[in-house]
Design a protein around this ligand. Structure first.
Ligand code: SF4
Length: 380
């Protein structure tokens, strides 16, 4: 079997891994052994899987691989936030069919007291064009595979284990580059593996899919996963939301709130977290706070007020702390749980997609300079 035909075991959930072994005449318990090596101990070298026989290890080397996206750049903020750029071009399948340049995504690890949150990407770029988003400026390249999504968790866990620091990965949010529900099947399989004891064993409430409001896919999620749900709301009415989050033109607020209500009704511990990025003079005045309070007061809702992370030519500014405090006070007066988030990683490229944007700009410039100059081209 050639290298390109090897099966990346990060692409398989536990049931598929059992099938992989049974197809090769091996007992199901081999899947338990191997899954623990891969997901619990973050081992990618079959020779290190010492409780497997030599012949089994040889078969695995011939037929399979454990291949996560490769870290090509790391930034660490003074507040402990780590941001990594991952290159997907070492992946065996999809990326070989797309140009090498541009297949990079970001993941961010945010350590806090007693917990560590990993923000994971689901697409290279994004097609949804939210007006305040750095990733949107890059356009859309392609969806990530299961291995590329789960491989981010694998890579982060392995890095933290290697660093030996007292930082643990306890939470995952699908809130990095891309709209997760535009890449539905791989994202659902990956988050289900994150919550599976034969995967990463994270609690259901600590694995979150964040969507800008893909209503039909949210409807499917009700049946397909038990993870937590966050909605990027950012505006209390359709006219402003049409401008900030253009998918709202297709799925306006009444549809979005309807599916959120059905999500909550579908299970005893289900609620929705609404994300609201605070943009000075755009969505942060008192009337808008009252409007949002009225929209959410009868719902199982929690609101995160997120200070905007500025990036060059964004056209937006971060709301002042006083404005965020006042917005929270008004929402609280409607009984809506509201949490102003701290700014993190201010000294690094903190806006989602910003660091990859820089890396790709550099790469594009590099390519441009690598082109034959006028005259050289014609002389051939
Ligand atoms: S905010 Fe999310 S959905 Fe909107 S453009 Fe950015 S990555 Fe896409």
């Amino acid at each position: 079997m050639s290298d390109t035909a090897k099966i990346n075991l990060l692409d398989l959930n536990f049931e598929q891994l059992k099938a992989f072994f049974s197809d090769r005449g091996e007992k199901a318990f081999r899947a338990t052994q191997v899954t623990k090596w891969i997901h619990h101990r973050c081992v990618d070298d079959f020779d290190e899987m010492t409780d497997l026989s030599k012949s089994l290890r040889e078969m695995l080397k011939r037929d399979a691989e454990v291949r996560a996206p490769e870290v090509v750049l790391e930034q660490k903020s003074a507040d402990g936030t780590r941001k990594w750029v991952l290159d997907l071009d070492n992946q065996a399948t999809a990326s070989r069919t797309t140009p090498a340049i541009g297949n990079k995504v970001e993941m961010v690890f945010i350590p806090e007291d007693g917990r560590g949150t990993l923000c994971v990407s689901s697409q290279v770029g994004c097609s949804l064009d939210c007006s305040f988003c750095s990733t949107a400026r890059q356009g859309f390249s392609r969806n990530l595979s299961v291995a590329e999504i789960i491989g981010q968790v694998w890579q982060a866990k392995r890095t933290l284990l290697e660093l030996g620091e007292d930082e643990r990965l306890t939470n995952v949010v699908m809130m990095g580059m891309g709209e997760p529900l535009m890449n539905y099947r791989p994202v659902i399989q990956a988050v289900n593996t994150m919550m599976d004891d034969m995967g990463y064993g994270l609690s259901k409430r600590k694995v979150t899919i964040s969507t800008s409001g893909m209503v039909p896919a949210m409807e499917r999620m009700i049946e397909d996963t038990q993870c937590a749900l966050a909605v990027s709301l950012h505006a209390p009415n359709d006219s402003l939301r049409d401008e900030l989050v253009p998918i709202n033109k297709k799925h306006p607020l009444n549809e979005l709130m309807g599916v959120c209500d059905r999500w909550v009704e579908a299970g005893p511990k289900r609620n929705v977290t609404y994300e609201y990025v605070m943009l000075e003079g755009v969505n942060d005045n008192r009337e808008q706070a009252h409007e949002l309070g009225k929209l959410l007061k009868a719902r199982e809702a929690k609101v995160n007020l997120i200070p905007f992370n500025p990036f060059p030519n964004s056209g937006y500014k971060r709301s002042s702390e006083a404005r965020i405090k006042e917005f929270k006070r008004i929402l609280n007066s409607y009984g809506v749980f509201t949490f102003p988030r701290k700014t993190r990683g201010d000294d690094i490229d903190a806006a989602c997609g910003q660091l990859v944007g820089k890396v790709q700009d550099r790469s594009r410039r590099h390519l441009k300079f690598a082109q034959p100059r006028f005259g050289e081209r014609n002389s051939k």
